[in-house]
Ligand binder design. Structure first.
Ligand code: GLN
Length: 485
């Protein structure tokens, strides 16, 4: 077995029929990760992975093991892993080895899933292209002169390139859905409060959520099933009763009401992207969904709101990197000088840009004009979504206005880089769940369809996404390079 199975069900079948053990599958994943040509990995934790795989084989031999047992996965390097270096893509955390694992990692450990290692990302998850990593950019397996999207680019590529079966990312403004779209796989962000952030390096705490990448909607739902739930260590997680997230996967969309927000088909969206998304909406209509145009008038303000709230929260969260507690320390003449030198040397340009924006927005005199104003508009954006969800079961939109762009094309134009997230970040501002699934190609590159549902309605969102997936072949697309590999 030299190929990585694509789905959780395929792994289970391979193990059940004794074609390979969990240890053998882990070895394939490790070999493939080592041979990765896209700079997707920062750490491959071989020893830990093989120990987990061995334990998984023992559990499977006893019968009744969970579905994810023995399944190889990759972890974005902003999620803390006990005993395995966690850098957040930053020099400032170089060499930092957490003494405990994030709750999401513990939950996957409990299922018997096998973590192969840690994936590359934009520094502190600030970016849309993975070019802001202190450890070099990640490239897109569809065309390695292009970005895979970001900030969870390494996690997206590890799945796209067939190195693991699923991966975890974090999504603050689109960092799971946008790279899923640009890399041609599925990726989802849960309702805020579904998943624990405990042990995840904080970026913008009121927006951050952890979520999975995988090849199919079923696998996304399976991983969510393991991740979701209240955590006593994260007071923002909701105490909801456990639910079967797979229950509606096969129900189809007949009779469902789907909204198409007119503000999501703006000038600047590439014609090939618009066409693929419009075709996808027609497919859902052909399957019996009732599609109607809806309006979210404040969509235009979402980017402005996001680039006030997110840097403000980030500037507070990143104050802890002081050269004393974690990672890098550059000794100075006195303590103040040590802080300055450490932060000067440890943070990259984009992180510094956001610290400056954030501290400005929070400073006396500007706090009311910017930060408080942004919070008010945030409430408006949320209310508009709530109003729309009284009428429709889900929204369908493009995930990103463009396909994967060339490495370097936007690095000197932060505004055009920020615009890449116009369709994803309103979802974080409101705290809603969203998924991106592949819906075809434009100029030979993947396009993503975004499905957004109401609060806690992930099962409904999966129902729509799974219906689309069943009716089309786009989720089977593989990057052309794979044939040669
Ligand atoms: N691209 C957005 C940003 O740069 C979103 C990042 C994210 O979701 N982590 O902030």
């Amino acid at each position: 077995m030299a190929e990585m199975p694509r789905t959780v069900a395929e792994v289970a079948e391979i193990i059940r029929s004794r074609q390979a053990s969990a240890v053998e599958i882990a070895r394939v994943a490790i070999d493939r990760a080592r041979a990765d040509r896209f700079n997707a990995w920062l750490t491959i934790s071989e020893e830990e992975a093989l120990a987990q795989a061995k334990a998984a084989d023992e559990r499977i031999a006893h019968g009744g093991a969970p579905l994810l047992c023995g399944v190889p996965w990759a972890c974005k390097d902003i999620i803390g892993t006990k005993g395995v270096e966690t850098t957040a893509g930053s020099r400032i955390l170089d060499g930092y080895v957490p003494p405990y694992s994030a709750t999401v990692v513990e939950r996957l450990d409990r299922e018997g899933a096998v973590m192969i290692g840690k994936t590359n990302l934009d520094e502190f998850a600030m970016g849309s292209s993975n070019e802001n990593s202190a450890f070099g950019p990640v490239c897109n397996p569809w065309d390695d002169s292009r970005v895979p999207g970001g900030s969870s680019g390494g996690s997206a590529v590890a799945v796209t390139a067939g190195e693991v079966v699923f991966s975890l990312g974090t999504d603050t403004g689109g960092s799971i859905r946008q790279p899923a779209a640009l890399s041609g796989i599925a990726g989802m962000k849960p309702t805020y409060g579904r998943v624990s952030r405990y042990g995840v390096v904080a970026f913008a705490s009121s927006l951050d959520q952890v979520g999975p990448f995988a090849a199919t909607v079923r696998d996304i739902a399976l991983v969510c099933q393991a991740l979701f739930g209240q955590d006593p260590n994260d007071a923002t997680t909701m105490p909801l009763p456990p639910e079967d997230l797979l229950r509606d996967l096969d129900k189809g969309v007949r009779g469902m009401r789907l909204g198409v927000p007119k503000e999501y088909f703006i000038k600047g969206i590439e014609p090939g992207v618009e066409k693929a998304v419009r075709d996808a909406i027609r497919e859902l209509e052909a399957q019996g969904a009732r599609v109607e145009e809806v309006s979210l008038p404040s969509t235009d303000f979402a980017l402005g709101v996001y680039y006030l709230i997110q840097p403000a929260e980030a500037s507070a969260n990143l104050a802890r990197y002081d050269g004393v507690r974690y990672g890098l320390r550059v000794e100075g003449a006195d303590l103040d000088d040590t802080y300055k030198r450490t932060r000067g040397a440890g943070f990259g340009a984009e992180v510094k840009r956001r610290m400056i924006l954030g501290t400005y927005a929070l400073s006396t005199g500007y706090y009311d004009a910017y930060y408080v104003k942004a919070q008010k508009v945030r409430t408006l954006i949320k209310a508009e979504f709530e109003r729309v969800f009284e009428k429709v079961d889900a929204l369908v939109t493009p995930t990103s206005p463009t396909v994967a762009f060339k490495i370097g094309a936007k690095v000197n134009d932060p505004l055009s880089m920020y615009l890449n997230d116009v369709f994803t970040l309103p979802v974080n501002i409101a705290g809603l769940p969203g998924i991106s699934i592949p819906c075809g190609l434009s100029e030979g590159l993947p396009v993503g369809l975004q499905v957004i549902a109401g609060y806690w309605q992930e099962a409904t969102m999966f129902r729509v996404a799974a219906a689309y997936e069943r009716g089309t072949e786009h989720h089977r697309m593989r990057p052309p390079q794979r044939k040669a590999a």
